[in-house]
Structures are given as structure tokens and as C-alpha cells.
Design a protein around this ligand. Structure first.
Ligand code: WT7
Length: 673
């Protein structure tokens, strides 16, 4: 393999096949230094998974040891059976105990720009220990007990990290809802999780404007009556209406200021001893039905895999690194790679409140330069936006602190990969393209930055302990370079343990599609992929009715349900379409109720309606009015035809008025059924 150089491009399939090897001076100091070392460790992890993961678990602190590393009866896994531990202890208290209390745990930067620069904060492990203990006591005073679900709907401010860690501290299960979701989305999730407490803020800053988080919570509370307490951080000074709840012990109050409750809270709140399989959090994600599902993660296995992957994939070293993941904590990326995986490694984790283009398009690079960020993790959609904005923005700043660049959320197109490599990484930083999912909890297929030669657009090789394969429905491995279903053939520590309250959906979605010849189910990821002659994985995208918009997962049926809940819409069909920045955009075909006319005003109203039902990320990029939604004889929406039309691959003639698909539909019927 040529040293640090790029070997010549070999054309194969759709992708560029250049090979980028890590620089020797980087590799020799890395946690995993060579491809051979990776292969040996991977082999060992597959031959002796229990030995491998027990060793990894040994780097974390447990209150009592496990009796068994793994108990597996498909589809149910138990990891570190019988052990007790606590995530907040491993993220925070442990470092204080070991004498690192005054080191920085969280670097925070707010969005607004003051004349003297942005507002920033350095929060130490000792600060976090005190704050999570106090907020743990606050939650207890509001009646929250071990196992109760606390809903968190907050901007990216330090109190958000305090809130999730405080839940972990007292054994409450958090359900974080992304601040971009609407009141209806909050109501659905609160109802599903039977949550009685919401933590929010008066507002959050986004592109210079205030996102009215508390108002959204209030609106959600008019749709559900189970919420007893709303705790509100004062962030923006935005006025909000204060509500009461007559029937409780807090003097009839429903709404409370965070600072009032914290002022009165005791600083002594020991970390609860959690069973390894006690729930840690639930996080809602879209599926193929109209209703998002609450993915359930537990304590021990999740902790071990997120901590190990963060350490090895980002090559984290305490005292050297400043780590920044640009995701919002409302997504799994934020859970695993802003908080839970990073903090046990005692590396400062940066949280930024706002938008990448506020006040200008160089904001991210100004953050990297000012805080000397060494490990940077973002999404392909962001990289495509940066490309479009131009090189002059990163060029204004000193990015020489960067060491490793990461990407996640969707396949990265080779052009974006090359730009990231050249303009941000100065052709010296390894890129880790990490494939994983809300359900997998942690990285599954990813390069190791000192060991794995990378190819633009490939997530390369499976992480330790991960038995990934390209198979057909019979579980048979497919030949190299021919596509198939991405399957995981054995359990991994940070795998989901279920869908909250829906055992059957858990089985149907993940454990029914693929079985081996012994009838044992494999984990079905929902992605199509292929492996090349080097064994590298290339993700080809979802094989179900899920679309990936800007790295965020959306169910087409979810958007369809939102559309048909509008009085003007009788029927809707939603498909993905190519989009320059988002990767996949949303195209909606709707048929109108009698008395409604197709118009630009109605398009605008429908987009706004979807925004209210789900959130801005679900607003269709394209709405087409149709006479009827084309269906097969068996009544299935002809999605392939609609995808072709949305992508401009099939012409339906006049698209400005009502579209009549009847002719095209007939032509395609045989294909689709
Ligand atoms: C889906 C999971 C994992 C956090 C972000 C999204 C796609 C994710 C990659 C990647 C190609 C990727 C897959 C997957 N995806 N990472 N590196 N290369 N595709 O989490 O919302 O649970 O979505 O995102 O399609 O199934 P999520």
C-alpha cells in the first residue's frame, strides 16, 4: 500500500476508487496502528466476543461485576448480566474522584454574537457533578422515580447535558425530542412514553431568531393531560405564559423556572446503582408506519460500545483533544457522540447552540479555530452546504488543530468526501465515515483513523465485534460487488433492546425479514449495501419506505399521514427525490377534496401544515396535485413511478395543473407488482 500517498484511481462501479492511507506520523501514535492490527483484533472479537467485550468493559467503572458477559436468545440480548453501574458516574463523578475535577468536560458556545465575541462557557467535571446532583434532586422533588420517563425538549445549552446526565444519575429514562419538532410531535411522544415531566427552555437561538420551545410545549400540553411539571430554563428572555396544575404538591404549579428549583436543591445525590440492563433512554425515530417508534437503550452494553468506539474511531486522548460533534442532542448522534461515548474518555466535548451560517457562513470554522478543535464530526448534508458556500469561508481560519474528521447520517458522495479531505482536512486528516443507526446505539461499520485506508464514499470495515454481511432474504451471503441487504448476524453490546410498548413491532421490523438456514433471525438494518473486493462496505440507501433527508430519517407514511390530516387532502403519496444539499428531498403527490383547487397558496398551506404536524424537516420540497395516486391492481402506491416523476426521469406532460397518471401507471403496472 503506498505510504500516505493516494494510489491511482481504479474505476469500478459508480464510485471513485482512490485509496487514502493514514499518515505514518498519525498512525504510529493511534490506538490502532495498522490494518493488520485491526484485522487481528476484529478476528479475536468475533471468535471470542465475550472475552473481547469483557476487556473493553474493564476500562469503565462498575459498582458490582457481571456474572455473564452475554445472554442471547434472539432477538433478546442481555450484556454484562447482573452487573451494576451508572453512566453519569462514568461520564462525570469518576473523573472527579480520580483528581480531574477541574478539567473541562464541556465547552459551550452560544449562537448570539456580542461585540466582544460569542458567549462561551467551560464546564468542569466538578461543575457537572454538582449540577447533575442538584438537578437529580430537583427531578426527585417533582416525583420522578427510577424508571420514569423524563421528556427533554431543549436548545443546545449546557443545561441540556446536565438534564440528560441527571436522569442517568437517578435512573430516570430520558426521552429527548429534537427542538425542531412540532407541538404535535411532542404530544405523540409524551403520550407514548407516559411521561409526566418535561424539561424545556423559554426559547433557543437559531439563525438569530428565537425558537419558541416553551410555547410548543404549552401547545402540546393542550393535546395531552398527563404532564404534571414543566421545568423551564431561562435562555432568551422570551415571554411565556405560566401555567398551573391544581392537583400537586408544588403549590399548584405546573411550570417552574429551572433556576428557582436549582437554587433550593441539595448538592448531595449519589449515582443510582443501575442494573446493566436497566433502561437508559428512549429515542423516537421514524419507521415505515405513520407513527415514530421509541427505540429503547439500556445501560451497560450501551456504555461499553459507545465509549470504546468514541475512543478508537476518533482516536481520543485525554489532555490532547478537543472534540466537536455538530449534531443536536435530539438525535442519537448527540446522545452517543456528544455525551455518553465521549465523556468516559475524559476529552472535552464541545456543544454549539446555533446555525452554521450565523452570523456568517464561516461560523463553524471560527469555532474550530478559537477552541482548537482536534476531532470534528458532522454530516454529508452539512459538507455539501459548505461546498456550495465556498472555500473562502474555511480559508479565513486556522484549522491546523484538526486531526480526524468524521461523517455520519447518509452515504457521502465522493465529491463531498474529497472536498472535506482537501479543504477542511488539508489532505492530512483521516476521514471516518461511520455507518450506524439509532437502533445500533454506536458505530458499526467505520474506518479506524490510524489503521484503515479509506475510499471516498465507503464506510469501509466492521467495528470490533460486529458481524456485518450482505445477504439475501434467506440469509445467504451475496457475492462481492453484488448488492443485497445489510444484516448484522450476531448481537452487539449497544443494540436496541426493544421498541417502547411494542414488542411485535420490534420483532417484525428488525428480526423477521432475514433468517439463516437454521431459522435464526439476523438483524435487518433496512439498508441496501454491497461489499467490494477488499471487503469494504458501500451503503446504497434504504430498502424500505424510509427516506433520509439531510441525514435525518423520515417515514414516507408519516409525511403522508400529516398531509391527509389537512382538510383539503384526500390522498397523499410521498417519495424521496434527489436534492443537491439534503441528499434526499421530499416529493408529495396529493389528490384534493371536492371544493379545493390546486394553487400556490394551497401548496404553501400544506407545507406549513406538515411543519405543524411533524416539524420543519418534514416539509415537502415539491408538492404536486394529481387526479389520483397511481396504484397497482393490488392497491399499492406505485412509488417507483412516482420517484421517477419526482426526479424528472419520467415525463407526465403538464405538471402545473392536475397530473393524470393513468397512462403511465398502466405502463408500469407489471413492473411494480
Ligand atoms: C440510517 C440511520 C447514526 C446516526 C445518524 C442517523 C443512514 C447513517 C451512514 C453512513 C451511509 C448512513 C443509513 C441508516 N446512515 N450513517 N455513514 N453511510 N448511510 O441515524 O436516523 O437512525 O438513521 O442512516 O441509511 O440506516 P438514523
Amino acid at each position: 500500500m503506498p505510504d500516505r500517498a493516494e494510489s491511482s484511481a481504479i474505476e469500478s462501479g459508480l464510485h471513485e476508487r482512490r485509496l487514502f492511507s493514514p499518515a505514518p506520523e498519525f498512525a504510529e501514535r493511534a490506538h490502532v496502528r495498522t490494518l493488520d492490527e485491526y484485522r487481528a483484533l476484529h478476528k479475536r472479537s468475533i471468535e471470542d466476543p465475550e472475552g473481547f467485550w469483557a476487556e473493553a468493559a474493564g476500562h469503565l467503572e462498575w459498582f458490582s461485576p457481571w456474572k455473564k458477559v452475554l445472554e442471547w436468545k434472539a432477538p433478546d440480548a442481555k450484556w454484562f448480566v447482573g452487573a451494576t453501574t451508572n453512566l453519569c458516574h462514568n461520564c462525570v463523578d469518576r473523573h472527579v474522584k480520580d483528581g480531574h475535577g477541574d478539567e473541562t468536560a464541556v465547552i459551550w458556545e452560544g449562537e448570539p454574537m456580542q461585540p466582544a465575541g460569542p458567549e462561551t462557557a467551560h464546564i468542569t467535571y466538578a461543575d457537572l457533578q454538582r449540577e447533575t446532583a442538584k438537578f437529580g434532586n430537583v427531578l426527585k422533588s417533582l416525583g420522578v422515580r427510577k424508571g420514569d420517563v423524563v421528556t427533554i425538549y431543549m436548545p443546545m445549552i449546557p443545561e441540556l447535558a446536565v438534564a440528560v446526565l441527571a436522569c442517568a444519575r437517578i435512573g430516570a429514562v430520558h426521552s429527548v425530542i429534537f427542538g425542531g419538532f412540532s407541538a404535535s410531535a411532542i404530544a405523540d411522544r409524551v403520550h407514548d412514553a407516559k411521561s409526566r415531566v418535561i424539561v424545556t427552555a423559554d426559547g433557543g437561538w437559531r439563525r438569530g431568531k428565537i425558537v419558541p420551545l416553551k410555547d410548543n410545549v404549552d401547545a402540546a400540553c393542550t393535546q395531552i393531560d398527563t404532564i404534571d411539571h414543566v421545568v423551564v430554563v431561562q435562555r432568551t428572555g422570551e415571554q411565556t405564559v405560566w401555567h398551573a396544575k391544581p392537583s400537586d404538591s408544588h403549590g399548584g404549579k405546573r411550570d417552574h423556572w429551572w433556576h428557582d428549583l436549582m437554587a433550593a436543591a441539595d448538592e448531595n445525590c449519589p449515582c443510582e446503582h443501575m442494573d446493566s440492563e436497566d433502561p437508559l433512554f428512549v429515542l423516537y425515530t421514524s419507521g415505515t408506519t405513520g407513527k415514530p417508534k421509541g427505540i429503547l437503550h439500556t445501560t451497560g452494553g450501551y456504555m461499553v460500545q459507545t465509549a470504546l468506539t468514541a475512543k478508537v474511531v476518533f482516536d481520543l486522548k485525554p489532555g490532547e483533544d478537543v472534540y466537536w460533534c455538530t449534531a443536536d442532542l435530539g438525535w442519537v448522534t448527540g446522545h452517543s457522540y456528544i455525551v455518553y461515548g465521549v465523556m468516559p474518555n475524559r476529552v472535552p466535548t464541545l456543544m454549539y447552540e446555533g446555525a452554521p451560517d450565523y452570523p456568517d457562513k464561516d461560523r463553524f470554522w471560527s469555532i474550530v479555530a478559537r477552541h482548537k478543535v482536534s476531532k470534528f464530526y458532522t454530516a454529508p448534508t452539512a459538507i455539501r452546504a459548505f461546498m456550495k458556500w465556498g472555500e473562502e469561508h474555511p480559508k479565513k481560519h486556522d484549522l491546523s488543530s484538526l486531526r480526524v474528521l468524521g461523517t455520519v447520517g447518509e452515504p457521502i458522495n465522493p465529491e463531498a468526501w474529497m472536498w472535506y479531505h482537501r479543504v477542511i482536512g488539508a489532505e492530512r486528516c483521516p476521514i471516518v465515515d461511520t455507518w450506524w443507526q439509532t437502533e445500533t446505539g454506536g458505530h458499526m461499520i467505520t474506518p479506524l483513523p490510524g489503521a484503515t485506508p479509506t475510499k471516498p464514499g465507503s464506510c469501509t470495515l466492521p467495528f470490533f465485534g460486529v458481524d456485518a454481511a450482505i445477504v439475501n432474504d434467506q440469509g445467504e451471503e451475496q457475492p462481492l460487488n453484488s448488492g443485497g441487504l445489510l444484516a448484522i448476524r450476531r448481537p452487539w453490546p449497544s443494540m436496541l433492546r426493544g421498541i417502547l410498548g411494542d414488542r411485535q413491532r420490534f420483532i417484525d421490523t428488525y428480526w423477521s425479514r432475514i433468517r439463516n438456514d437454521k431459522g435464526e433471525p439476523y438483524y435487518f438494518a433496512g439498508d441496501g449495501a454491497r461489499r467490494d473486493e477488499d471487503g469494504y462496505f458501500w451503503i446504497m440507501g434504504r430498502v424500505d419506505d424510509v427516506i433520509n433527508v439531510s441525514g435525518h430519517r423520515l417515514g414516507t407514511m408519516e409525511v403522508e399521514s400529516a398531509l391527509v390530516s389537512h382538510e383539503a387532502v384526500v390522498e397523499a403519496a410521498v417519495v424521496g427525490m434527489p436534492h443537491e444539499i439534503k441528499g434526499t428531498g421530499i416529493a408529495a403527490f396529493v389528490t384534493l377534496a371536492p371544493g379545493f383547487e390546486a394553487s400556490e397558496a394551497l401548496r404553501t398551506a400544506l407545507r406549513a401544515h406538515v411543519g405543524e404536524e411533524i416539524g420543519a424537516i418534514a416539509k415537502p420540497d415539491q408538492i404536486r396535485f394529481a387526479e389520483a395516486v397511481p396504484k397497482t391492481r393490488s392497491g399499492k402506491i406505485m412509488r417507483r413511478l412516482l420517484r421517477d416523476i419526482a426526479a424528472g426521469r419520467a415525463d407526465t406532460g403538464d405538471t402545473t395543473t392536475l397530473e393524470d397518471f393513468s397512462v403511465l401507471a398502466k405502463l408500469r403496472e407489471s413492473e411494480e407488482s
